[in-house]
Design a protein around this ligand. Structure first.
Ligand code: PMP
Length: 406
């Protein structure tokens, strides 16, 4: 039987206590009779399960290994990465490197800034209207839970015009661009490119007829190439495709930035972040460091276009498992709106949804329960989620469906 990490942690700490007692009795005794057993338990503890959580989500193992080493001493400084001053040359180098890698990976032109903020994507729901709406009108496209939340926050600062909403249909579709009529003179248009809870994703970069386009790309940034020039601003909480929680990447075009200048100050002002190299106050140094490592890892995978191919294969495997199940599994999104990042589906009953997730967990497939507001099953398969884990889930789906029918 496979031991849980918790059991191995306990086992390992008991062995450490025994070793300490032996050492206390024997003075400088160096031979460690339990070291081999401990090494074994440690190896087992570092075995990685397949983590389908929607965010914080799985990170590339080599990134975690490097971070583990640099937790104690970054780049030979004798100071751990989390202990370094944000104004030190070493950390400034990390921040510049993370910024540069994002510029390269997403082919961001010179008239944009890459900024690192805090407060999650949720703070952006308020900060965008605070900086750019200011009593005016903005168009919001509602395709799921997160775009709806963003529109509610914006209504506190001006007029929100809902251009399109699929709420009545259960947020299961994405409008085509010719269904959308924007308001001439709107301050901006806002949409969410991938709805993490509802499992729908825009299959195209939306254009807003010359209006500034603001996009929450928290759950699909860096997962496929995008035409950045169609956007005035993209924001993304890092904890799905870019790094850990606690840091938000903002990519913002200079003219939008200038249009909001002076409306807000300090950490509520994009201009303050742009003027101070993302440091109007102490940034999330650890988060930015991990972003740098994740971007370096992505470069090694061949960049955004290469990972997009892998993401397509992974999503196809799961959607095929759904479509070939003779109706046992039902995808919640319309086929044309299916997310490549969050695959959402249901079984014939809520009891079966629960049984499926429970049994999957015993097979090392963790975090499949759908969001509490919608239920069902959700497999989040961001960039760092391995193909092998998706193959394991597809096999499990076919096995589970076969057994339930017999
Ligand atoms: N937008 C999207 C698309 C999300 O998936 C999430 C979180 N899952 C948020 C916004 C909110 O992010 P946070 O909790 O970091 O504020």
């Amino acid at each position: 039987m496979r031991r849980s990490d918790g059991e191995f942690a306990l086992f390992s700490s008991i062995l450490t206590q025994i070793e300490k007692k032996i050492e206390a009795r024997r003075g400088s005794f160096r031979f460690r009779p339990y070291a081999i057993v401990k090494l074994y338990s440690h190896t087992r503890m570092t075995e990685r399960t397949f983590n389908f959580y929607s965010g914080p989500a799985t990170l590339p193992t080599p990134v975690l290994e490097q971070a583990r080493a640099e937790m104690l001493s970054f780049n030979g400084t004798g100071i751990g990465i989390m202990e370094l001053s944000h104004r030190s040359d070493e950390f400034m180098g990390v921040l510049r490197s993370a910024e540069q890698r994002l510029l390269n990976l997403l082919r961001i032109p010179e008239n944009y800034h890459v900024l690192f903020l805090q407060g999650g994507a949720s703070l952006q729901f308020s900060m965008v209207p605070m900086n750019f709406l200011a009593g005016g009108l903005a168009d919001y496209i509602l395709t799921g839970t997160w775009s709806e939340k963003a529109s509610i926050r914006a209504a506190e600062f001006g007029t929100v015009n809902v251009v399109s909403s699929s709420k009545a249909a259960g947020y299961n579709r994405i409008p085509s661009s010719d269904e959308l009529r924007f308001t001439p003179g709107a301050q901006y248009v806002h949409y969410v490119s991938n709805e993490t809870i509802d499992g729908v994703e825009f299959p195209y970069d939306l254009e807003a007829e010359g209006l500034p386009m603001v996009c929450d790309a928290s759950s699909n940034i860096l997962s496929k190439p995008i035409d950045i020039e169609k956007y005035s601003m993209i924001y993304a909480g890092a904890q799905k495709n870019i790094g850990p929680s606690g840091v938000t990447v903002v990519i913002i075009k200079d003219d939008l930035l200038e249009s909001g200048r002076g409306r807000q100050h300090g950490v509520l002002s994009y201009a303050a972040f742009a003027n101070n190299g993302s440091m109007p106050n102490t940034p999330n140094t650890w988060g930015i460091y991990i972003i740098d490592l994740v971007c370096a890892w992505l470069e090694e995978q061949g960049g955004v276009a290469a990972i997009a191919e892998v993401n397509r294969r992974k999503a196809d495997l799961l959607y095929s498992a759904i479509d070939n199940s003779d109706g046992f599994y039902t995808g919640t999104a319309e086929p044309g709106a299916r997310s490549r990042m969050n695959v959402t589906f249901r079984l014939p009953s809520e009891e079966l949804d629960a049984a499926f997730c429970r049994e999957a967990q015993t097979k090392g497939l963790i975090g499949l329960k759908g969001h509490r507001s919608v239920g069902g099953v959700r497999a989040s398969i961001y960039n760092a989620f391995p193909l092998e884990g998706v193959e394991r889930l597809a096999e499990f789906m076919s096995d589970f469906a076969g057994r339930d029918r017999t």
